[in-house]
Design a protein around this ligand. Structure first.
Ligand code: ATP
Ligand code: MG
Length: 555
């Protein structure tokens, strides 16, 4: 495999990790990727995966896969399985078994009791609305809850009864006792535990109280000995709370949190909630619809793991953020496939051609190289009297500069002879049914004496080609910022109605009979394609267009 040429952009965390190893602060780097199993992974997650696993790999450390599963109502085993599959597909291996924050529920519960005993947590009976009102605003300090000064004994008793299931959802919460006047809202007595009578995919019915994200995340990092806890910038304001828990609990380690800018891609939605809406409301065929920004969608579309990793290297890691042009992702896959995908011919809108001066019954097995630059051998394309070319490659009134077939004009068939259009056979309405051409026997692999034939078109034999379906995918959203809508609109209004064009009755060259799910091809002049694993039948393949040939980025 040839390597991509595009250089990687800077990653501000690399020198930090390197310095921590050189100074001896850490002897081994340990990172983690902590998805919540409430949806499939998307291209934004790929950035976080490449960053966390990439740093561990580069510096000989470990990266854990930890499911951040504190909200059983929205989580599902299907998502856990899909996330594991996608991380592996991207080419990464987590250290040991996958982990679950729910593995630590006993320890977290013990630490909640520890905070109560040291007077740093209390049970609060305010309703959600009341609590919001007491919390204050960004410009206005909050007020202490009337339950804030409950005794340790009372708090221990109430928390035990919360756990025992004596109260209904929302009736009470456990809160940290920090500072209701802090300018950082996250420190205004944040919630540690909520009552939720819900079945959990890992812990079953053991718990009816669940820890909050904030009370879970940092301590899970500490339990796992994470050295660099890397998250996106919206958690920057949570860092003081993250550190408060580490400082006030007998944790075994003190990880440090670092924030980076999340990936925002134009023409793309990367919010699990909205992706789920697209699936639930059937705007797409599923989480792995080839137009989705999910990793399973890109996989089915024909993207390679290497192209996605290269894309993540190209965008780099910083704190500034900004919007990334989707053309860059398309560039990454084109660069990979141009170098590594064998060439093949597939006619999307077949027009039958009869070579009137080619002997009936004669067949020549022409050998065409699989790749122009790499040695991938040849494939055989049988040439005989009847073949197909694309309807668009013959025009009776061609525009100026047209290099394909026109009445009386000549064109080369890729890897084969020069043919001349002699006569178009039409139905009563003037539609062209087939084209009669002549061929020049002296033109196989060489140019005709004294004549210039500029155009080269692709073709397939009529007899041995495979009938197939081809699906042309385009961007799912027609607007660069799909979230931006008219008053009262939604991102759904920006769906591109032409994002999927299905072509039936296409004809592929015989060698494509052997195509497998892992194969990618450049269909000459049409783009890059792969087999659709879900819709293909043994003798009726469906090909997905991964990306067009044309580059829009950097021009
Ligand atoms: P979403 O906003 O899609 O629901 P999330 O952040 O809630 O995503 P998590 O499952 O919590 O989803 O994400 C797991 C990890 O992936 C987190 O560390 C999160 O910061 C990171 N991540 C999520 N989206 C992006 C993104 N667009 N760019 C970079 N990292 C991301
Ligand atoms: Mg999240």
């Amino acid at each position: 495999m040839s390597k991509p040429q595009t250089p990687a952009a800077a990653n501000f965390l690399r020198p930090i990790v390197q310095a921590d190893l050189e100074s001896g602060k850490h002897s081994k780097v340990v990172t983690r990727f902590p998805p919540e199993p409430n949806g499939y992974l998307h291209i934004g997650h790929a950035k976080s995966i490449c960053l966390n696993f990439g740093l561990a790999q580069e510096f000989g450390g470990d990266c854990n896969l930890r499911f951040d599963d504190t909200n059983p109502a929205k989580e599902d085993q299907e998502y856990i399985d899909a996330i594991k599959r996608d991380v592996e597909w991207l080419g990464f291996k987590w250290a040991g078994q996958e982990r679950y924050a729910s593995n630590y529920f006993d320890q977290l519960h013990e630490w909640a009791v520890h905070l109560i005993k040291s007077g740093k947590a209390y049970v609060c009976d305010l309703s959600a609305d009341e609590a919001r009102e007491y919390r204050g605003t960004l410009t206005e300090s909050g007020r202490n809850s009337p339950y804030r000064d409950r005794s340790v004994v009372e708090n221990l008793d109430l928390f035990a009864r919360m756990r025992a299931g004596e109260y209904a959802d929302g009736e009470k919460v456990l809160r940290a006792r920090i500072d209701m006047s802090s300018p950082n809202m996250n420190l205004r007595d944040p919630i540690l535990y909520r009552i939720r009578h819900a079945h959990h995919h890992q812990t079953g019915d053991k718990w009816c109280i669940y820890p909050s994200y904030d009370f879970t995340h940092g301590q899970s990092d500490a339990i796992e000995g994470i050295t660099h806890s890397i998250c996106t910038l919206e958690f920057e304001d949570h860092r003081p709370l993250y550190e408060w828990f580490l400082a006030n609990l007998p944790v075994p380690a003190h990880p440090r949190q670092y924030e980076f800018a999340r990936l925002n891609l134009n023409y793309t939605i990367t919010s699990k909630r909205k992706l789920k809406q697209l699936v639930d409301e059937k705007h797409v065929s599923g989480w792995d619809d080839p137009r989705m920004s999910t990793l399973s969608g890109y996989r089915r579309r024909g993207y390679t793991p290497a192209s996605i990793r290269n894309f993540c290297d190209m965008i780099g890691v910083n704190r500034a953020g900004g919007l990334v042009d989707i053309g860059m992702l398309e560039f990454a896959i084109r660069e990979d496939l141009d170098a590594n995908a064998p060439r093949a011919m597939c006619v999307l809108r077949p027009l039958k051609v009869v070579i009137i001066n080619y002997p009936e019954g004669q067949v020549e097995n022409l050998e065409l190289v699989r790749h122009p630059k790499q040695d991938m051998g040849v494939r055989v394309v049988p040439f005989s009297r009847e073949l197909y070319i694309d309807h668009d490659d013959y025009q009776e009134n061609p525009p100026k500069g047209y290099k394909r077939l026109e009445p009386g004009g000549e064109v080369r068939l890729r890897g084969s002879y020069v043919i001349r259009a002699e006569q178009a056979i039409k139905d009563t309405e003037g539609n062209i049914l087939e084209l009669h051409c002549s061929y020049d026997p002296d033109t196989l692999g060489k140019n005709p004496e004294g004549r210039k034939v500029k155009g080269v078109i692709h073709w397939v034999p009529a007899q041995d080609s495979i009938e197939c379906e081809v699906r042309l995918y385009d961007r799912l959203f027609r607007s660069p910022n799909p979230e931006k809508t008219e008053e009262g609109g939604s991102f759904l209004d920006n769906i591109n109605p032409d994002s999927l064009v299905v072509l039936k009755g296409c004809r592929a060259e015989p060698s494509l009979r052997l195509a497998t799910q892992e194969d990618r091809f450049q269909f000459e002049r049409e783009g890059y394609f792969c087999i659709d694993p879900k819709n293909s039948q043994p003798n009726a393949p469906v090909f997905n267009r991964t990306v067009t040939l044309r580059d829009s980025w950097g021009q």
